[in-house]
Structure formats: C-alpha cells, structure tokens
Write a protein that binds this ligand. Structure first.
Ligand code: THU
Length: 133
C-alpha cells in the first residue's frame, strides 16, 4: 500500500509539470520499474496537436530510454486545470503501448480525487485482446 501511495503522489507531482496550453487538461503519470525506480511523465502538447504526447507514454518512453523494460505498476492522475480531479483513464494508444512491456495482471492506479484516492485496474481489464504481431 505504501508504494501505491507514493506512486500516486509521484503522478500528482508529475501533473504539475504538464504542458497543456491547448486542452487545459493536465495529466501526470508515474511508472514503477522492476529496479525500484519511479519514472514520471506528463502530457506535452504541441500547436500542431498531432505531435502531442500523453503522460503515460512520456513515462514509458523515459523508462525505456533509461534501460528499463520491466514494470511493476503505473499511477495516472488527470483532469481539467482548476477543477477537482476525477478518474482519468489511459487512452487507447497508451494502453497499447503499455501492453508492449506489461502483462495482463499489470496494475494501473487511476487517481480519482485530489486527496489521492485511487482505483486499481489490471491492464487486461483496460485492454482485452491487445494487438500483437
Ligand atoms: N492525455 C494524457 O496525457 N493521457 C491520457 O491517457 C488521456 C489524454 C492528454 C493528451 C492531451 O494533452 C490531453 O490529455 C487532452 O486529451
């Protein structure tokens, strides 16, 4: 439970770094790697919209770039700037990216309020029948 709470706090802290001037929707993620290191991620938007990146993928790509490919769990916190947090589920693209590195039982902690309350879903629940070659 302690690690889950720390990961949720890391996701909330990463959300503070979100660059989302176009949507005003701020997302933070924190990915716990097998080696115990926590990789934060935030959404980074772009004037051309298409090149924008989600918080979850920022975290995954950062971890992979650091040599990590095995992960224990992910926390996600997202919501409109200035509004109370509500559950923000990873988008379909991020679910597929997670499925590249994480198994069906991989836990995704979805933060549902500013006080750090969260609900846990498995990757299998979020993305049944993921695409694989
Ligand atoms: N966003 C994320 O960062 N993660 C998600 O799982 C859903 C959406 C971002 C992308 C965009 O910057 C903003 O939220 C609104 O879609």
């Amino acid at each position: 439970m302690q690690m889950e709470k720390e990961l949720v706090q890391a996701a909330l802290a990463a959300r503070e770094k979100a660059y989302a001037p176009y949507s005003g929707f701020l997302v933070g993620a924190a990915l716990l790697a097998e080696n115990g290191k926590v990789y934060p991620g935030c959404n980074v938007e772009n004037a051309a919209f298409g090149p924008s990146n989600c918080a979850e993928r920022t975290a995954v790509f950062s971890a992979v770039c650091d040599g990590q490919r095995h992960f224990r769990m992910l926390a996600v916190a997202g919501g409109k700037a200035g509004e109370p947090l509500a559950a923000c589920f990873p988008c379909g693209v991020c679910r597929q990216v997670l499925s590249e590195f994480c198994g069906p039982d991989f836990p995704v902690l979805v933060v549902s309020s500013d006080d750090g309350a969260y609900q846990t879903y498995t990757l299998q629940e979020l993305l049944p029948c993921h695409f694989t070659l």
